[in-house]
Design a protein around this ligand. Sequence first.
Ligand code: NAD
Ligand code: MG
Length: 338
Amino acid sequence: MATIHREGDLSLLDGTVAVIGFGSQGHAHALNLRDSGVDVVVGLREGSGSRAAAAEAGLEVRSIADAVRGAQVVALLVPDHVQKEVWDASVAPSLAPGAAVLFAHGLNVHFGRIVPPAEHDVIMVAPKAPGHRVRELYVSGAGTPGLVAVHRDASGRALDLALAYGVGIGCGRVGLLETTFAEETESDLFGEQAVLCGGVPALVQAGFDVLVEAGYQPEIAYYECLNELKLIVDLLYQGGYEYMRYSVSDVAEYGDLSRGPRIVDESVKQRMRELLEEIRSGAFARELFADDEAGRPRFAELRRQGAERAREIERVGRELRALAGVEGLLGAEARVRG
Ligand code: NAD
Ligand code: MG
């Protein structure tokens, strides 16, 4: 059984917490900590669009370097692909002696893109929800579950500090599950690649393509393969596999049990193991970081190819969503992130 903490000593956060970035996680952490009685400053680059929002919320806003200077804890909550640049330019040169560095996802630390000097605690508090939920639930008196991890314990109390922070943002109300930077990062990458963002959308599109190629109307294929997915996911989420199988028709259940294993068979699991190995060996991270450093040429090409493959399902989807009055949810809240 995992170790789950529900308590932390907020008085350990007796200095200032510098929250760098005011996006999905940043705004929620800054406001929740402030409302928990912690002294918070928000560090933003000059000309950042978030400056007004943070100031309006009554938070003190400084340049990133000024926020970092003198802070007891520096929470680096800018997007993962810009963390290295922000770290090098504005965080590392201004870190106070003994300051702790906190992340909400382990990618850059676990794969060695950011290596804080040895005297600093390096910790993680990662809410398992997008930032707007972290804020919303805190305000309502509830909380979101979170992960907590220590990459380096320089002070001898790094875990306690992380727990205090986790309690400050409201995760203690539900539970802070102890993990490691390796486990959080590798499982997160695997989940998004194999199942959430890679596997399931690719399965949906393959099903859509097969029906359309066989001459069925694209609108029918869209409803069957994409629209109804939400119903199935909701059932799984609410009650698990047995509940889903109980709720669908017997014909659907028979098809599921007899045909499902032919679609996702041992060869699919074998390729999942290959993805996991690429993640664990660092090969995926090296590829990603190298592309970032080159200005993302491969990413741009992959985006072009992805849009090309999805052209038909997107065209039909736009029309049917407009008919149903379903608005596209763009923006930070709708994005699935580490
Ligand atoms: P985000 O994209 O919502 O916000 C990033 C913020 O960083 C921006 O609002 C801006 O203030 C700042 N920023 C953006 N580009 C910058 C640049 N070039 N230089 C300086 N500042 C810049 O990011 P997020 O989703 O809150 O992610 C922050 C961290 O939290 C990441 O490590 C992410 O993996 C992790 N995380 C996110 C979620 C989530 O649901 N969004 C959940 C758990 C963990
Ligand atoms: Mg993730």
